[in-house]
Design a protein around this ligand. Structure first.
Ligand code: HEM
Length: 164
């Protein structure tokens, strides 16, 4: 139990690393709507994809230190601990079809590599320029942001107030 505060320290540090890393994807997501130059769009999408490495590292740290703190801090019998773990996995899981799915649609529209794999690169845009503009102007970024930010807010509430 004497190491417990250090575990919480590492847990919060991991959350900070995750949010620092994932901030790049959040900023790109909201900035895409105002961008029309394919070269600048490609650079933004590359930055988001690359930053997922840092966000992923933070995410792994959050999960490992969170579960360890739950075991060592004897929180396994509480509802808030399991609700947090479930919410974390649900929001993380939703990000593939929502966040990655949306940015991959734009990547395909530009004819650049999707996801993390350069080998997925396609030679030519698969969406007509008009269709790409429709994807860029869609409300999807707002939905993705709402899901992600609400998830973070509810997680913070569960951690701080331990309501059940
Ligand atoms: C609890 C909060 C969050 C978690 C656990 C989370 C987790 C993830 C994960 C695991 C991925 C990678 C999905 C994949 O590669 O298949 C991802 C991607 C993404 N997330 Fe989040 N996320 C969160 C919050 C947010 C927020 C608040 C935003 C925006 C405001 C956001 C925007 C995105 C975007 C745009 C991508 C796609 C990045 C790309 O393909 O380059 N996320 N997220």
């Amino acid at each position: 139990m004497e190491h417990y505060p250090w575990l919480v320290f590492l847990h919060v540090l991991s959350v900070l690393i995750f949010t620092l890393g994932h901030g790049a994807s959040a900023a790109v997501l909201l900035r895409l709507r105002a961008e029309t130059d394919p070269v600048r769009l490609g650079a933004l999408l590359d930055l988001s994809r690359w930053s997922l490495n840092i966000a992923g590292l933070g995410l792994l740290g959050v999960l490992i230190t969170g579960i360890a703190a739950g075991v060592i801090g004897s929180w396994l019998g509480t509802g808030w601990f399991w609700a947090s773990l479930a919410l974390f996995l649900v929001v993380g899981g939703l990000m593939t079809p929502l966040g990655r799915g949306y940015l991959d649609q734009v990547r395909q529209g530009l004819g650049v590599a999707t996801g993390n794999r350069k080998k997925d690169a396609v030679a030519a845009p698969v969406l007509a320029p008009g269709k790409l503009a429709v994807v860029l102007r869609s409300s999807r970024p707002l939905v993705i942001s709402a899901v992600g930010v609400s998830g973070l807010a509810v997680l913070l509430w569960l951690m701080m107030f331990k309501p059940f």
